[in-house]
Each structure stands twice: as C-alpha cells, then as structure tokens.
Write a protein that binds this ligand. Sequence first.
Ligand code: ATP
Length: 611
Amino acid sequence: MPPAGGRMGGPFSRGFMTEEEKAAQPKITKDLLKRVFSYLKPYWKQLVLVLVCIAVSSTLSLYPSVLTGKILDEGIIGRNMKLLIIFIAASFGLTLLSNLIGVAEGYINTWIAQHITYDMRNQMFAHLQRMSQRFFTTNNQGDIITRMTSDISGVESVITNTFRNILSNSITLVVALIMMFQKNWILAILGICVIPLFVIPTRKAGKTRWKLTGEAQECNDEINGILNETMSVSGQLLVKLFCKEKHEYDRYVSANGRMIKLNIKERMAGRWFFVVLSTVTNIGPMILYLVGGILIMKYDSDLTPGDLTVLVALLGRTYMPVNNLLNIQVDWMRSMALFTRIFEYFDMPVEIQDAPDAVTPESTNGEVDFSHVDFSYDPERQILKDISFHLDSGHSVAIVGPSGSGKSTIINLIPRLYDVQSGEVKFGGTDVRKLSLEFLRRNVGIVSQETYLFNGTIRENLLYAKSDATEEEMIEACKKANIYDFIQSQETGLDTMVGNRGLKLSGGEKQRISIARVLLKDPALLIFDEATSALDSISESKIQEAIDPIIAERTSILIAHRLSTILAADEILVVKDGEIVERGQHKDLVKLGGVYTELYNTQFKRAGIDD
Ligand code: ATP
C-alpha cells in the first residue's frame, strides 16, 4: 500500500486512489472506528491539548491577514506611523506565536503517535508470540514483518498527518470564512462561489498528472525487468544460446520509447498544472477586487481598500484547506485500510493456549503416551493415523521411517506445537491440553534437525536455556555435549561469536551446542531429531558420543537416521505414511523383511556403522 499521502505527495495530486486501493476499500463500521479510537483513548488529555493548540495556532495564523487591512487603512492610508509599526509588530508577533504553538503541537502530536505505535507494536509482538507454529509455517515471514514494521509505522503518519489535517484544515477553513463574513457578507459568499473555480481545475490537472506518473512508473518497472533478465549472467547466457539479441534489443527499444513519450507527457502535464494553478489562483482575487470596486464606487459601500485586501488574503487561505479536506477522504480510506490490516492480525485466534483449568504439576516423570492419535496440517490431507505408543520414564524410543512419513510431526504434538485432531497425547500421565504450556514446554527439550542459534556468543546461546546457569553448569553441559574441547580451542572460549544463525560454526558444532543448551534446560523428556544432512564421520561420532550417555539416563525420543542411534533406544517404532507399521527391537525387526528391513538395507547400513 502506498503511504498515506499517495505516490506523488504533492498537495494537489495525492487525493486519488489506485485501482487496487479502490478494490480493497475497507468497510468502515462503527466497531472499526470504536476500535481505532480505543487506541487514542489513553491519551485523551494530550489529545485535548493538541486540539487546543491546533485551534489556537490555526486561528492566530489567520490574524496577520486581518492585520494587513489595518496596516493599509489605519497605518498607511491613515498616515499614522505609530499604528503602522504596532500593526506590523503585532502581525509579526502573531505569526511567531502561531508557529511556536505549532511546534508545541507537533511535539505533543508526535509524542502521542509514537506512544500509540509503541503500544500497538508491543501488543502485536505479544500476540504473534502466542500464535501457533501453524501460523508461522503458513504465513510469509515478510508479511509478518511488514505488519510489525511498516503497517504500524503507517499508524503514526495517520495520527500525525490524517487526524491532524482534518482538524487543522477544518478549523482554518471555518475561521477564515467567519472572518470573511465579518468583513462583508456579499464578498464572502462570492468567495465561497470562487473556491470551486480553483479546486476543480487543479484537481483535474492533478489527476491527469498522477495517472501519467503511475503509467511512467509501470513502464519504468518493465524496463528494469528487461534489464534484470537480460543483464544477469544466466539471462545473457540464455539470450546468446538462443540467438535472441535482436529480440531483446527490440523489446528494450520499444519500452524505452514508450518511457520517453510518457516522460514528456508527464513533464508537460506538470507545466500545464502550474499554468492552471497560477491562473485560477489569480482569478479569485480579481473577481473580489472587481465586485469590491463596484460596491465601493457604485453603491457607496463602506468597504475600505484594507478590507478588500483582507478578504482577498483570507480567500487565498481557504484554497489549501479545501483541497486538503477533499483529499482527506482518500487518506482516511487508506488509514482505515491500514488499521483493518493490523486488526486482521490481532483478530487471528490463538490456536494453542492454556485451557482455563490447565494444571501445573509439581514435577513430572517425562512419561509419554500416544493413544489413537490422528493429525493433519490441512483438512485435505491426513498425516498421522491412529498413532499409539507408550514411553516409560527413563526409557527411550527411536522413531524411524522414510522421509516425510510423519516422524517430526509425531514429536511436534508433545510440546503442543500443534494439537491432535483426535486421540490423546499424555505427558507424565496428563493430557497435554490440560497442562499449562509453560510447564509442558519447560519439561520437554528438543534438539531439532535444523539447529537454530541466535547471533551472539556461545555463552549467550547457552544462557537462553537457563539464564542463571553458572559457569560450572555451562562447562559441564558442554562437556556432556562433547563440545567443550572445541570451545576451549577457541581464543575467546564461551565468548566466541557464533555468527548469524550460527553460520560461523559447522553443522556438527552447532548441533552439539544445541545439545548442551538443552542439557542446561534439563527437561524431563528429551527429544532428539537427528540431522538427516550428511555430517562427516568425525562430527557424527562426536554427536553420538554425546547423546549415548544422555539417552541412557533420560526419558528420550529419538528420530533416528543412523543405526547407532537406533541401537541406543529401548524400542523402535517404524513409521510409514503416518502409521506405525512395525515396532520392536532391532534384531527382531530386521528379520521381518518389512519396512524396517528395507530401511536398514538402504539407509542404516550405508550410514557406516553396522551391527
Ligand atoms: P524427514 O525425515 O524428512 O524429516 P518426517 O518423517 O519427519 O520427514 P514430517 O516432517 O513429519 O516428516 O512430515 C510429514 C508430512 O507432513 C510430509 O508430507 C510433509 O510434507 C507434511 N508437513 C510437514 N510439516 C507441514 C506443515 N507445517 N504444513 C503442512 N504439511 C506439513
């Protein structure tokens, strides 16, 4: 969405909507307005202050125009030097005062806008953090970030520009008209009739110019597209190999030609725009002078030259507010569209949250029970079918199966990254949906396939699991995870930077750090999703050495791709197409001649460590 104010930004050309904007106009309901204003409510005192400032500074800014009349009539024509100086000084003083009040108003206004966006951002961040994994996998990360950043920043401009414009322009217009009527009602009415003479042509010229700019922009995008395609290494290769040089050249020349024509048209429209603008701004005063002159000369009106000057000056001050107020409707629509987009996110229900009667047990033994669990990410495609298994405290199961069979999905259900469709997952004997999420997630530790480390030091990454961990605890966890030797070999030890997403470390090192991290967390259930990506055999054996003793002493679930990991488990579950098709011990399964045997022959054997 273009920012409030439109793509050209000029005061006479921004009041038009693009076709997309027209199509996506929000429905402005009472509820929407109530909701928008609910964000302003906490700042009502400051808002009242802003309102007063705007009213005072808009009114004061008109007074110098009135004083011009006095300067002329009483000062110059009346030949009174003292009054002349007083009026000039007063005019200067009032302008200064009006501007100073404007500064104060700008400060309060920005302060309110910043505080509202601050509240909104925090609220949105908290809301997004409560959203389920499904939300993050289905929504584009770019969209989420746009709503958090530019959409909410747009709100700031709504408050500092749109709301402010409505107020200040309305006040200026009303006060200017009142002042005109006070001077002379005939000329005031005439002035009102003259305003459309100015507004209509300028809006029309503005619209043409705005349309042309849009077309030029599209043409420019097309040219950039051609350049991007043809000037890239692979694009040029394609052009050369298919002998398309002439074709591409013609395409470029044609777009370039259109661009030139549009540019000339646009520049000329710009010129015409200013011709119209300056002509019509001149017509208004001339009409007032003419009628004023007739009134004075033919009808003996008590109008003075000063009064006429004041009326003309005030008329000039009405053009901008009228034009701005006509644009406001578009700004207003854009602002409401912005709020609607933001509210859409706020209204997305939190799929996974604590049940009202969620419990937080004192402790848990980490036992896991799946009974008849069905699950699907999308309604059309069932992923897990009738999964049942039991994992005793202190024991371990290995889940094996072809890629995409549903292994990771099974473990996602334990810390409630997703909820089951039917059946039940129990943790420590209680349905996970009845446990508090905080308790559940504190007691389930996952070392995932794709290790995520924050950009920072190894120490910071470890402390993420336990913020009050002592140096000794961290060293012990690192030793257990078989990463301590590596850390010691680094000049800065635990304070070594891991780089963005841990990119400065190898896959194996990252995984061992994440094992150390989960050990610091010390969960009752440990889930280890073994990396499928190839690690070299040294890295692999280091990880193996790390996890073997951990598995032996903890309740754990292993998604295994290597035989050594499988052999460390007490039971093996073989998953295929979302179902547990075989279960038991390695020696029995391998003889079955089923899925496991096939996996063994094709995958585990090749993984290097045979039994
Ligand atoms: P791998 O061994 O390759 O990691 P896996 O056995 O762990 O595979 P899952 O990740 O559980 O398999 O995926 C099971 C199925 O669910 C796959 O077909 C996958 O395409 C689908 N799937 C996984 N995550 C999602 C998601 N967030 N939304 C929709 N479908 C998904």
